[in-house]
Design a protein around this ligand. Structure first.
Ligand SMILES: NC(=O)c1ccc[n+]([C@@H]2O[C@H](COP(=O)([O-])OP(=O)(O)OC[C@H]3O[C@@H](n4cnc5c(N)ncnc54)[C@H](OP(=O)(O)O)[C@@H]3O)[C@@H](O)[C@H]2O)c1
Length: 338
């Protein structure tokens, strides 16, 4: 497996997004099967694992901690703290205070069964908070050795600059794929110019870009794709033109649509995708993309073609928060994860 640098951290060129093992994409594998799959990804060369305290309200971190325990010192753990207060974190000073953050990091360390977190990311950067303040507390945690590096998820350029000036940021984690390219305008160039890594979450746009999901009817129960608008039946049909483009390249390069989608994300060397993968087949297919590369000409031609394609629907936190309100979902609105 090829490796990439996120600032000072060396990670596999593709990481494993662990959220789906406990939440987000319908029925989850058993804990035993999830542990097996996380270890399988490691055996296949993946050394970068992403989780968050909010995923299934702490359970995802516990799962990841258990799964990676035998090889913890050989992998890079990325976890995230949410600005909102989770159960047991109530504090008068608020979650993003020094005390709130310290309490959160101690909880994550315990659940992950480790004494340091490699990459600790602010899951969202609230407009009402000063990003520089959180950055200062992150610097303190780095100096104490509790975290090795830190990041922000979905910051604006102003928030990223303000925080980076106080304690240098190692990686931004934001949604990036053939369906979501808004960060190309400012964040991605800023990261590239300043040696900041970029972790692409939902690089497969929740599976759509694999071309294997044919109808919105496939999404049941607590599957966030029931409320993400790009997965409405109508938008899936309208977005078929994007899949046609991807399939054309997959055919030419003798690989799969999923691999073309990831290869496109990975084209510029500083971006690391973290697809969710919950089967041996998906692990082998997605990690196999490290060997697939787009030439400069192919990348340019793809981008030219993409310029003529309109993407229908999107993925917003506001839509995801509606999951708890629809029939068949067990999810409580307050606990809906991003
Ligand atoms: N920072 C944030 O706010 C944020 C938000 C969302 C996610 N994340 C992180 O990013 C990670 C990845 O996000 P995501 O799960 O949305 O990524 P994704 O890879 O775009 O979507 C995962 C879905 O795509 C399917 N899939 C993946 N590879 C496939 C393939 N080769 N063929 C067919 N289907 C495939 C998976 O299927 P199976 O499940 O059946 O394998 C799963 O249903 C999460 O696990 C989480 O760690 C962060």
């Amino acid at each position: 497996m090829k490796t990439r640098k996120l600032g000072s951290l060396e990670v596999s060129a593709i990481g494993l997004g662990c959220m789906g093992f406990t939440h987000g994409y319908g029925a989850c594998p058993s804990e035993e099967e999830s542990v097996r799959l996380i270890r399988k990804a490691y055996e296949e060369g993946c050394i970068f694992f992403d989780t968050a305290e909010i995923y299934s309200c702490y359970k995802n971190e516990e799962l990841v901690g258990k799964a990676i325990k035998p090889f913890r010192d050989k992998v890079v753990i990325s976890t995230k703290f949410t600005p909102a207060t989770l159960p047991g974190q109530e504090r008068p000073e608020g979650k993003l205070s020094r005390a709130g953050i310290r309490q959160a990091v101690e909880g994550s360390l315990r659940r992950l069964q480790t004494d340091y977190i490699d990459l600790y990311t602010e899951h969202r950067v609230p407009t009402e908070n000063d990003p520089a303040e959180v950055a200062y507390w992150m610097g303190e945690l780095i100096r104490e050795g509790k975290i090795r590096a830190w990041g922000q998820s979905e910051p604006t350029l102003e928030q990223l600059k303000a925080a980076h000036a106080v304690t240098p940021i190692t990686a931004v984690q934001s949604e990036y794929s053939l369906m979501e390219r808004k960060w190309e305008a400012d964040i991605i160039p800023f990261c590239r110019e300043n040696g900041i890594g970029f972790v692409a979450y939902s690089p497969m746009a929740g599976g759509f870009l694999s071309g294997k999901y044919l109808s919105a009817d496939e999404f049941k129960g607590d599957d966030v794709r029931r409320v993400i608008t790009r997965y409405s039946e109508e938008n899936m049909r309208a977005n078929q033109v994007l899949l046609d483009l991807i399939n054309r390249y997959a055919e030419e390069k003798h690989c799969t649509a999923a691999q073309i989608s990831l290869a496109w994300v990975m084209y510029s060397g500083h971006i690391v995708p973290i697809p969710g993968m919950r089967s041996d087949t998906r692990i082998l297919e997605n990690l196999g993309v490290a060997e697939v590369t787009l030439t400069d000409a192919e990348y340019a031609a793809m981008n030219e073609a993409l310029g003529h394609i309109t993407i229908h629907g999107n993925r917003t936190d506001e839509d995801i928060a509606k999951l708890g309100t629809i029939e068949g979902s067990q999810q409580k609105v307050a606990k809906v994860e991003r």
